[in-house]
Ligand binder design. Structure first.
Ligand code: ZN
Ligand code: CU
Length: 491
């Protein structure tokens, strides 16, 4: 008995299934009908229009990239090769306080992310952003967060002070529109210019707007270095005061003086979890990346320029070399001469990265920056690096747990119903991969390189990536916030 109604469109035969829950591999066939998995089991007596022999390969749910800046990439380059090539089937956009919507001003403040610098890709309401994604769908699914910095740009004339009650009210109104349109929550980047003067109370007040909707609050915390623990406490307090779930973004300890601090921060998060819903994500590299900010260049061992608008010849160069060439400038002065620009900062210790990646509750998020000319390799390499390098080659964590961190765990935390798991009735977002070959090939020197070992990636039942190339299909959906899911459970 197959338990299938009708003839499936597709059967994947002889798959080694890792179902996303963390459970061990099991051999089974998978039937797909339309956009859903119709059945999983021994389907030897069932025929389908198309069949794929998976012999020896592993099938997992599609990966969920919980921390992205793909807001514009979805629209501008909808085949999303940097993500589809890794097996990513859903991206969460609008992180670190920056989103393309809502954006209601004609001009752009100097504190804004380069993601916002093209007026064609800014949207006055989240509803209009969703409409654009519906009209021009991408290869992968997306879920959207509202950036707190974008709200500040819209509602405040002077960003270098806390918001007034009236401005907070206005920001709540804009967040309300976005939640009603389907945004899943709000992000902050209190570390960044334009948001540094926002108080704990300001953010908690705005985030309270999400309580009734059970929206999610993702935090690029105020300080990931000297004040790491205090900044985690602040994000947790915002979550408690607002009554919402918290996700700490790209968890790390930055700066040589703070090496080893994740041995304190992870127990702190575990302690907080006893009283509230709080989770975290991580990318598997010792370098971070964001705009080139003169104020922070001295905290890194090394700084690499990823793009430079005014002087493109300095992209893909070491900042110290550039500083020497410019006549023996200090790093900070050289950086000031290059902005607006982007950079990679080598600021972390490998032992901290390993500790966070191995922690059973960490989710995987790339934090990739798709508009950089020479992006941090996390944009193309995050997911295969966790699976190939850290799980298989280094034995840092079980392969099934690594898959869970990028599928079932984030689907639960972000309320993505019927995704992140392989079972009958779930969406057919899935990856066929070779567990012996999967590897990241993107490097700091040559960052735009697709993974090896990914044979097939399907989104909503359609192949988007096959044997090293995009299929051209764009079955991705702009997912709206769903109610009634159990998110951020304390298990
Ligand atoms: Zn960030
Ligand atoms: Cu980010």
């Amino acid at each position: 008995m197959s338990g299938i109604d009708g003839r499936p469109d597709l059967i994947l035969r002889g798959a080694d299934i890792l179902d996303g829950t963390g459970a061990a591999r099991r051999r089974a066939d998978i039937a797909v009908t339309g956009d859903r998995i119709a059945a999983i089991g021994d389907l030897g007596s069932v025929a389908a229009d198309r069949e794929i022999d998976c012999g020896g390969r592993v099938v997992t749910p599609g990966f969920i990239d919980v921390h992205t800046h793909d807001d514009r990439y979805l629209l501008e380059e909808p085949l999303m090769p940097a993500k589809a090539s890794q097996g990513v089937t859903t991206v969460v956009v609008g992180n670190c306080g920056s989103s393309l919507a809502p954006y209601t001003r004609p001009e752009l403040p100097k504190q804004a992310s380069a993601m916002l610098d093209d007026p064609r890709w800014r949207f006055p309401t989240a509803g209009q952003y969703f409409a654009a994604l519906d009209a021009g769908p991408a290869a992968v699914n997306s879920a959207m967060l509202v950036g707190h910095r974008s709200l500040r740009f819209n509602c405040m004339d002077d960003l270098e002070r806390p918001a007034t009650d009236a401005e907070i009210g206005q920001m709540r109104g804009q967040l309300r529109e976005a939640l009603d349109a389907g945004a899943i929550g709000m992000s902050t980047g209190l570390f960044y210019p334009g948001a540094q003067k926002a108080t704990t109370a300001e953010v908690a007040e705005i985030a309270s707007e999400m309580r009734a909707d059970d929206g999610i609050y993702t935090a690029h915390i105020r300080d990931e270095g000297d004040r790491l623990l205090e900044s985690i406490e602040e994000a947790a307090e915002i979550g408690r005061r607002a009554g919402v779930q918290v996700v700490l973004s790209h968890h790390k300890a930055a700066g040589r003086a703070n090496f080893g601090k994740t041995a304190l921060s992870l127990p702190l998060i575990e302690k907080l979890r006893a009283g509230q819903r709080i989770g975290f994500d991580v990318y598997p590299y010792v370098a971070s990346s964001t705009a080139l900010l003169p104020a922070i260049v001295d905290r890194a061992q090394r700084v690499h320029v990823t793009w430079c608008k005014g002087r493109p010849e300095y992209a893909n160069r070491d900042l110290d070399e550039v500083a020497r060439e410019l006549g023996g400038l200090t790093r900070a002065v050289a950086a000031a001469a290059l902005v607006p620009a982007g950079a990679i900062y080598f600021t972390m210790d490998e032992a901290d990265v390993r500790r966070v990646v191995a922690h059973p509750r960490s989710m995987i998020g790339s934090d990739g920056i798709p508009w950089d000319s020479f992006p941090h390799p996390r944009l193309w390499g995050t997911f295969p690096r966790v699976l190939g390098h850290y799980a298989r080659d280094e034995g840092l964590l079980p392969f099934a747990l690594a898959v869970h961190k990028m599928t079932g765990l984030p689907a639960g935390e972000f309320g993505l119903r019927d995704r992140g798991v392989l079972r009958a009735g779930a969406y057919a977002d899935l990856v066929v991969l070779d567990p012996d070959r999967i590897a990241d090939t993107a490097t700091f020197a040559d960052p735009k390189q697709p993974a090896t070992g990914i044979a097939l990636v399907m989104v909503n039942g359609e192949a988007v990536w096959r044997d090293g190339a995009s299929t051209g299909a764009r079955p991705g959906r702009a997912l709206r916030r769903q109610t009634g899911t159990t998110r951020g459970r304390k298990d």
